[in-house]
Each structure stands twice: as C-alpha cells, then as structure tokens.
Design a protein around this ligand. Sequence first.
Ligand code: TRP
Length: 381
Amino acid sequence: MPESTRTEEISESTVESEAAQRVADSVSTASVRQAIERSREIEEQINKDPSQFRVLTGDRPTGKLHLGHYFGTLHNRVELQNKGVDTWILVADYQVITDRDGVGPLKERVLGLVTDYLACGIDPAKATIFNHSAVPALNQLLIPFLSLVTESELHRNPTVKAELEASQGRAMSGLLLTYPVHQAADIMFCKANLVPVGQDQLPHLELCRQIASRFDRRYGRARKDKPVFRRPDALLSKAPYILGTDGNKMSKSRRNTIELAMTADETAKVLKKAKTDSDRAITYDPVNRPEVSNLLLLASIATGDSPEDIAAHIGDGGGGTLKNFVTEAINETLAPIRARRVELENEKGFVEGVLAAGNEKANEVASQTLFEVREAMQMIY
Ligand code: TRP
C-alpha cells in the first residue's frame, strides 16, 4: 500500500481520539481539578459579563462531525455565542497535514464542517468562522513564537508524544512537533482569552500562556502599559463522555458513530447494530453494563431526562426497546439540525460566503496583531 494511503487511513481511524485519551489520562489530577474550578468561575463571569471574553475553538477538517462533537463541543459553542460571547471558530486546515501525507477531499470537508456549524446554530452574524490557510498573518506569528520555545519543551509535550505513539512508527514531521505552537498562534492572533477544550488540550494552553508571557518579557518593553498578548484560559466542558454505539471509543473507522449528516433511517440502522447485553431489565450501570449505559446516556443527553429515569421507563423491555427509544430521541433532537443541513447543502454559495467573510475579518485582526508584534520587535521599517 502506498505510504500516503496508509497514513490517510491511520488518521481517519482512532489516532486522534486514542491519543487524546492517553493525554487526558496523563494530565495530573491536580491540574485538571484546578482547571475545572477555574472553568466554573469563568462560567459565572460569563453570565455576569459575556463581553469580557473572546472564545477561540477549532476543529481539524478530517471527517464529518458526529454526535460526540455535537454534544461534547458544538452545543456548548452555540450556547456561548448565544450568551453574547464573541466566538471565533477555526477550521484548522493546516493541522490536517501534521500527521498524514495526503489532505483527502479537503475542500469538501472544510465546507462540510462550515455547513455543520451553521446547521447546529452557529450564527455568522455573531460568530467568525475562518480557516488557517486563508489567514497568512496568523501563520506568520509562528516564526517569533517558535523562537520562544525550546526543542526539548516541544518533545516533552504530552499531546505530541501521544500522537506520535499512536501513529504506529511513522516518523514525526516538523509540523507535528511544532503544532502546539501553531495552535498558540491560532488562539493569540485574535487575542482570545478563552478556549473550550477537552482535558487532553490543557498542556497546549499552558504552552500558549508561556509563549504570551515570554513574548512580553522579551519584547514588551516598548509597550509596558499594554502587553501584546492576553493569557488565555481553558474552559473545560461539563459534557459527559460518550462512547460509540458498540461501547468502544467513538471513531469513524469503527462505524460506531452517528454523524450529524446521516438521515433518520441511517441513524436507525447504526443503532440497530448497537451492542447491548442479554439482561432484559434495563439498568444504568456504567461499570458492569457499559454498552447499555452508554445508550442510556445518549438518550439522556438527547431528551434531558436522567439515564436512571429512562432505564426505569424502559424496565423489562430489553435491548430492542432501548434501541428504539434512543433512535427516536436522537432523531428528534437532530431533526431540525438535519433539516437545516439539507437546506444549506443547496446553498453552497451561502456557505462559501460565510467562510469568505470570516476569513476577511480574521485577516484584518491578524494583520493588526502581527503589526503590534513587529512593532514590539522593532521590525517596522
Ligand atoms: N487541535 C484541535 C483538534 O485537533 C483543533 C485546533 C486547532 C484548535 N487550533 C486550535 C482547538 C486552537 C482549540 C484552539 O481538534
């Protein structure tokens, strides 16, 4: 098999989620606890004054968004946006090539992602959707930022280490090694101060804060009154961790995901194959009955009822009844999103226009920040 095909397949599969899980496991519980506490404080501040915050989040355009994305992050982004937080969403197209040779059907995936965002309720009047490769000044920040980190710091980064381990012996590219610095540029070019992330991304935010303070220590003398960069905080999500329909980690290659773009029938088909057990009495018991409990969790997130109540409601109905219940709950929740998605599929020009407008705004802001950076570095001639 040619190398490019092989790596394309690896990355499509489990690399990202498994690497993420390993990092999440390795981040010390003390720092996670601290980040959770800080996140709850920030949530209170958001409710009091959302205008203090600019959020930056992003996704790699490597495939279609699924329920895990929706309940884990998308839903939350829409909520932040609707609370009045200035929300910036990055389609991280340059990050696609960190761990694979080919880009796949990139344009289709980028526009598919933008379509998913809009279908889920991201409002282009309130949020800015943009992509890496269209914003040169963002990427140029990488040069001064790389001078502020050491090679050994990059090698020690737990996410980079985990992604390397998960890539099955593939040599690490320079871009994979430095992508946390690229991510710092993503956050800092627009001076975002809040980044909704999973636990696995906490080390990246720490690096981002280090780069911000090192930059100001090294070059900030000319602007003592006003540092160039803010120190961004993580916002850890409260969403429960959802597994795929077979009880394993959700991943496309396992065919255990429910994509936002699926039809109701396709969803029913995937759920029909979901794993349950032979005990007809349905109970919520994540330790001893992980598959049944995961289905209950999915139903719970979709309906807003507790998994215990749903289990009691299904009673002795067995796995079949449970699957039907989950299918209906999910299809009902996703119906308006899917309807909007179908509409947007027919308005390709609109979707492209949203991205173009977002890129224009991102370019303005990035150019301004790069100017401030060059000014601090005495590079305006
Ligand atoms: N690394 C993130 C992912 O794999 C995507 C991403 C790129 C991102 N830049 C970011 C997330 C900046 C938050 C902030 O999903």
